[in-house]
Design a protein around this ligand. Structure first.
Ligand SMILES: [Mg+2]
Length: 261
């Protein structure tokens, strides 16, 4: 049973956060959520962005904001700021990606034939590792159809998971937690497993691997929309939905940091 956010206690050494449906509300990054993110940077709490969005988004966001790292494509491509610029981390050797891309494009073509209105997301053009079928961004497919698409992709040996807007799919063996753990090992040498000082916040099924791995995992309130489908539930839950829930979490973290960070 998830606890209310007010039960979350410190110490907190880093925040890993999802983007869509968590920091972003109705596809917009609102002023209050931007202010909340900025207050974390000002407080020097390391923030890692963890999103299913494309590597192109990640490169831009890692260039514009002082994130400790930006993980994109559900772990496929990450960017770590270093003295001489951004270091790019691929979850698989680059030489293997072309073959997987052919398999993924074949799958997209079959899915478009089977499900009316199903198509690659517009942002798939900017992806390096995985691809996405749009079910709830520009397209309007039911969650049931999105789940059927996930099943078909899994049957083809691909990894697949549904976010609030897309079915992301790609080479198997990579998910948000696999790469969060790698970034923790590489970039947070002062922290160690089981990473009880790290908070993760998300809202959807592709966040479930991290919900299951970290004791201080938080769902913004809209995570309840997918509650029964989540294989792992967050440890804590906010009162508010989406960006307002993110702001609520940030207020709590800043309070905890005042006391213990
Ligand atoms: Mg999300």
């Amino acid at each position: 049973m998830s606890k209310p956010l007010s039960d979350l206690e410190g110490p907190v050494r880093a925040l890993f956060t999802d983007l869509d449906g968590t920091m972003v509300t109705n596809a917009r990054f609102s002023g209050p959520a931007q202010g909340a993110l900025d207050s974390l940077f000002t407080a020097n709490l390391p923030v890692v962005l963890v999103t299913g969005r494309p590597a192109g988004w990640g490169h831009a966001l890692a260039s514009l904001f002082p994130f400790a790292a930006v993980i994109t494509e559900n772990g496929g491509v990450s960017f770590v700021p270093e003295e001489r610029g951004l270091r790019k981390v691929l979850a698989l050797p680059a030489r293997e990606l072309a073959e997987w891309r052919t398999i993924m494009l074949d799958a997209a073509a079959d899915i478009s034939e089977q499900f009316s209105g199903a198509r690659l997301s517009v942002d798939s053009a900017y992806r390096e590792f995985d691809l996405a079928i749009d079910w709830n961004e520009d397209a309007r497919l039911s969650p049931g159809v999105a789940d059927r698409i996930v099943e078909l992709l899994l049957e083809r040996g691909l990894a697949a998971s549904r976010s609030s807007v897309h079915v992301n799919y790609g080479p198997p063996g990579v998910d948000k937690w696999v790469v969060c753990e790698r970034i923790l090992e590489e970039c947070f040498a002062d922290l160690s497993a089981p990473y009880d000082d790290v908070v993760y916040v998300g809202d959807s099924l592709n966040d479930a691997p991290v919900f299951g791995a970290l004791s201080k995992s938080v769902g913004v309130a809209n995570v309840r929309d997918r509650w029964d489908e989540l294989p792992h539930k967050p440890g804590y839950i906010t009162h508010s939905r989406e960006g307002d829930g993110f702001c609520e979490l940030v207020d709590r973290l800043l309070l905890l940091c005042q006391n213990s960070c």
